[in-house]
Design a protein around this ligand. Structure first.
Ligand code: NI
Length: 144
């Protein structure tokens, strides 16, 4: 069984602000990411597929099929966007990198069969790096 990971990059802006907390609590919790006018990040997105080696091709996942899926359902929607305003899920959820990984994972899971109609490969993990120091990862079987 192999895990095959492709790396993608996109840039987006956001503001982290939880409506149920007051301004001081938001500032303490989110720091610079609470700045009222938002700010951008250059996100690094790693998507991993898991599957057995196909003896005919010597591969476990077709990277071009994965690229097409991520391009259509993630990058086209997220790159150079304001996450708070342009991604419907973030009308009700704070666009932290955890929620971003969850939303991307949901989109990939929902559309996985269009790229990979067989039993394998399956979506394995979604990993987002917001900065060089912060990495957030969720496994496909943990996504509801
Ligand atoms: Ni931020």
């Amino acid at each position: 069984m192999f895990r095959v990971t492709r790396r993608y990059r996109f840039s987006a802006s956001h503001r982290l602000h939880a409506p149920e907390l007051d301004d001081a609590q938001n500032q303490r919790l989110y720091g610079k990411c609470n700045h009222p006018f938002g700010h951008g990040h250059n996100y690094v997105l790693d998507v991993s597929a898991r599957g057995p080696l196909d003896p005919a091709t010597g591969r476990a996942a077709d990277p071009e099929a994965l690229d097409a899926l991520v391009g259509r359902h993630v990058l086209a929607a997220f790159d150079h966007r304001n996450l708070n305003v342009e991604i419907p899920a973030f009308a009700s959820a704070v666009p932290t990198s955890e929620n971003l990984a969850l939303e991307i994972g949901r989109r990939l899971k929902d559309n996985w069969n269009t790229a990979f109609p067989g039993e394998w490969p399956r979506l394995d993990t979604v990993r987002i790096a917001e900065t060089g120091k912060n990495i957030f990862e969720i496994r496909a079987d943990e996504i509801e």
